[in-house]
Ligand binder design. Sequence first.
Ligand code: ZN
Length: 224
Amino acid sequence: MNYFECEYCLKKFVKEGFFKKHTCKEMLKHKLMRKPIGLQAYNHYSTWLKLKGIREYSVEQFIDSKLFKPFIEFSQFSTRMALPGKVHFISYMIEMDIHPKDWVNTMVYDHYIKNLDNIMSPEEQFDETVDTVMELSKIYECKPNHIFRYIEPSDLIRLIQAKKLSPWFLLNSKVFHNFVLTEMTREQKALLQQQIGPSKWAKRFESYPKKNEKFRQRVAEMNF
Ligand SMILES: [Zn+2]
């Protein structure tokens, strides 16, 4: 007798109709692995193993592992929250001994964001900002230095809060200062001040004059 077999869970079907309608956990996992979110999850999993000094596992082993679900959830979370410095995050989680299933916890996220200035160097935060600028220019389909023509003030504040846009970059940008002056309401300016304490940052710039001069030049080169 002819039969049909699910290549993932090996369940057998005599009728083709039932076979075609069949879905199972294994099949869904394999489908996820063909999407960007699955590949991203596997990359994060591999980074985690490497940083822990454990040998790398194959995609098949990842799919079968208990960590498949936590890493898929982490990938979805990190995209949704626009998590800055993902490799730094993973290495910080190892340092703090936090299991991957807890990485999507809001308290863990808040703690990471709050401590980001100790975790990522000014240069790394600056580069993260340049990446964000490039991503935004793709979204708005405009030149990088034109993003302020399209961005909503509330989105800007959200990205600063999420540390995707750093004061090391923004405070050196004429375009940014101009945007704050002309596009933001008084309430929005107050929210912005909460995120970027101007006196705190003025002090920081004074403590690192050489570093900041380099950032100022890079921002100017980008016509910001
Ligand atoms: Zn199946």
